[in-house]
Design a binder for this molecule. Structure first.
Ligand SMILES: [Zn+2]
Length: 674
């Protein structure tokens, strides 16, 4: 559970919700004034001043440099990367404790590290590099086993390269042949991603060796699959080329690139929170309500300012941010009252939980800050010769209390498009918070969730012999997404044409500003599409979870990921959930259920085979029909008709109800125990 806070320069007025957000309408007609304001805001109106931004950028640069230096030393030889990666994957402690045993990675023996960072920050850099190495190690292992599977069977190679989608049975076989990947939803996705990379590598190699240059990924794919068609004259030759390449990769190893940290970020995750030496220090602003100052310790060679409250003296860079959690909590409580007035009790409950969650996060952050300060004072007191024993004792008990209290974890800093973002990981509200809000409850129903045809998701809850259904609609988001996508495609084709023109006329010259601007626009559009996808997943997951909460669902069954070709008739839909999004939804539901205090085994995925063809009441095969009165078979029809029961059901609802019964039922499923 990570929440973000936007950092501001220390002397900036933090913009708060409801205060001076929208501009004065009279500005609209006054072009000159707008221009002036624009210039002004360019100089001073940004959240972070240029001078602070420069300091922070060089701080980040040092950190990134060290992480990449560590990585380049680890990857000096493949053998070293392999052995360290293996050691890491078997190691149970923090990555830095393992890596600092290596002489060329540790802080003591390397002056180049000492010039760039102070020691505690180097520890974070080691941890960061360790995590990157671990991820890369599994990826390489998976890549290698994929190559192995592919060299063993030329049919698989053809299937992979001819088809538009990556065959799911290939994904599963590759996943199962690699010992590092777990047999679960995320392992499947990971393997899918790696196979896409293999596919890309093969395509590029092939196009390169026959001397074709195609820039666009979609066209590359089309060209390769057309070359490999059975009636294509080059098929045999191309096949031989690819197999030669695969054999080479298998015997000599695939030429992997060394992973690098590219984003500008600073990670304190290997720190503890209670000493100043860690490099970050929070203080509450005494004058402004709910505003917190963050002091960062600058590495050697960079000088900063010297605020009074900072323990780093002249080596400080200070930011401020608004702790918006209490406001969110109190706003939530207001909404609870309104929902109770109109007697929408499920909504009230949902909002109450949200408010309590924000309240809890606020407490966690405050506890962290208090602990930071008290331990600092305690060490100072102990160093004094004549310390006040009474005060020490009081402090000690409070510190002990805080150490067992709920606290947030060390933060992460990100620099994105000129905005500095502080990410703070919080403890999930399961257990304490959820029990307080929801109380002791009996959960004994089951629910099935299916990817629908007419709506993205269909949910059905079974209570004894009765069913309650929910068709989840997110049309407004999907319409928005489609609109953005169309816009992006249009812009892409216009830009491509312009680029072609430019290349014809001025070969070898780099693109001019107006084309680059269009390209930035396109990437921004795709970023928005992806954000909307995440939004869709979140909205669907939240609606699912709270519907289940309302109907006291103990166990949820989802259609699993193997059928990601889409259902019959899904073609004429403008939108159907991709398997990626579906996996995302399942993960979010699992997470949210855990946050509500359910067991992590309360969400299952099952094989959806035949669920759309059998009747949920009697189990006989039925047919799909056009509407609720028709009995004539129509492929991909909206309704389901069972001849035995002589009844019509909504096809998606029928499938969702079937999904509840596919699974024989887990032997032990622990629900919430209050
Ligand atoms: Zn039936």
């Amino acid at each position: 559970l990570v929440e973000s806070f936007v950092l501001n320069s220390e002397d900036r007025e933090v913009s708060r919700k409801g205060k001076g957000r929208s501009p004065d309408p009279s500005f609209k007609r006054n072009g000159e004034l707008v221009q002036q304001l624009f210039l002004l805001s360019k100089q001073s109106g940004r959240k972070v001043k240029d001078i602070d931004l420069n300091l922070l950028t060089s701080h980040f640069a040092n950190y990134v440099k060290v992480v990449n230096l560590i990585l380049s030393r680890i990857y000096m030889t493949d053998k070293r990367a392999q052995s360290l990666g293996k050691a890491l994957s078997e190691y149970r402690g923090r990555a830095y404790t393992l890596l600092r045993k290596e002489k060329d990675l540790c802080y003591q023996h390397n002056n180049d590290f000492k010039e760039l960072l102070y020691e505690r920050l180097h520890r974070n850099a080691l941890e960061h590099a360790g995590r990157t190495l671990h991820a890369d190690y599994t990826r390489r292992a998976l890549f290698t086993s994929a190559i192995k599977v592919l060299t063993d069977s030329s049919d698989d190679v053809l299937n992979l390269l001819r088809r538009k989608r990556i065959p799911s049975d290939l994904i599963r076989r590759v996943r199962d042949s690699c010992e590092f990947v777990k047999n679960n939803g995320s392992g499947y996705h990971y393997t899918l991603g790696v196979l896409r990379q293999v596919c890309l590598a093969l395509d590029l190699y092939l196009l390169d060796s026959i001397g074709l240059k195609i820039g666009w990924r979609g066209r590359q794919r089309k060209k390769v699959s057309s070359l490999l068609k059975e009636d294509s004259p080059d098929c045999q030759q191309v096949k031989a080329l690819i197999e030669k390449d695969l054999r080479k990769w298998k015997s000599k190893g695939y030429p992997f690139t060394v992973p690098q940290l590219r984003s500008y970020s600073l990670d304190f995750s290997a720190s503890t929170e209670n000493a100043t030496g860690q490099g970050y220090w929070f203080t509450l602003d005494p004058d402004r309500e709910n505003e917190i100052l963050l002091h960062l310790k600058l590495p050697p060679g960079i000088d900063g300012t010297h605020p009074d409250a900072s323990p780093y003296r002249g080596k400080t860079l200070t930011f401020r941010f608004l702790d918006w959690l209490p406001r969110a909590a109190s706003e939530g409580s207001e909404k609870v009252k309104r929902a109770e007035e109109i007697e929408d009790f499920p909504r009230a409950e949902r909002l109450r939980f949200r408010a309590a969650m924000f309240e809890d996060m606020h407490t966690q952050l405050r506890n962290t800050i208090e602990l930071q300060h008290l331990t600092h004072r305690l060490t100072k007191l102990r160093q004094k010769r004549e310390s006040d024993e009474e005060e020490t004792a009081v402090l000690e008990t409070r510190v002990k209390e805080l150490k067992t209290a709920r606290r947030s974890a060390p933060p992460r800093l990100l620099l994105r498009d000129g905005r500095v973002i502080l990410q703070v990981p919080f403890l999930s509200p399961n257990g304490e918070v959820s029990t307080k809000i929801l109380g002791a409850r009996e959960y004994d129903n089951r629910a099935g969730v299916d990817r629908g045809l007419r709506v993205p998701v269909v949910l059905s809850v079974q209570k004894k012999q009765e069913y309650t259904d929910l068709l989840l609609r997110v049309e407004h988001l999907i319409a928005k997404r489609e609109c953005l996508r169309k816009h992006a495609y249009q812009l892409q084709s216009i830009t491509d044409r312009k680029k072609n023109n430019w290349e014809r006329k001025r070969k070898g010259l780099s693109y001019p500003g107006y084309i680059l601007k269009k390209e930035r626009h396109i990437t921004a559009l795709w970023r928005k599409v992806r954000r909307l996808d995440r939004e869709v997943a979140r909205v669907i997951a939240s609606k699912t979870v709270w519907f289940c909460e309302e109907h006291r669902v103990k166990t949820l069954f989802f259609e699993d990921l193997r059928s990601f070709q889409g259902h019959a008739g899904s073609k004429d839909l403008s939108y159907n959930l991709s398997s990626n999004l579906w996996g995302n939804i399942i993960d979010t539901v699992r997470y949210m259920r855990e946050a509500l205090g359910h067991s992590k085994y309360s969400v299952w995925t099952v094989n959806p085979r035949y669920t759309s063809q059998t009747c949920h009441a009697c189990g006989e095969r039925g047919i799909r029909v056009e509407d609720e009165s028709s009995t004539k078979k129509k492929k991909g029809g909206e309704y389901f008709y069972c001849r035995e029961c002589e009844e019509h059901f909504h096809a998606d609802v029928n499938a969702a109800r079937n999904i509840i019964h596919v699974h024989p039922g887990p032997s032990v499923v622990s629900g919430r125990t209050a």
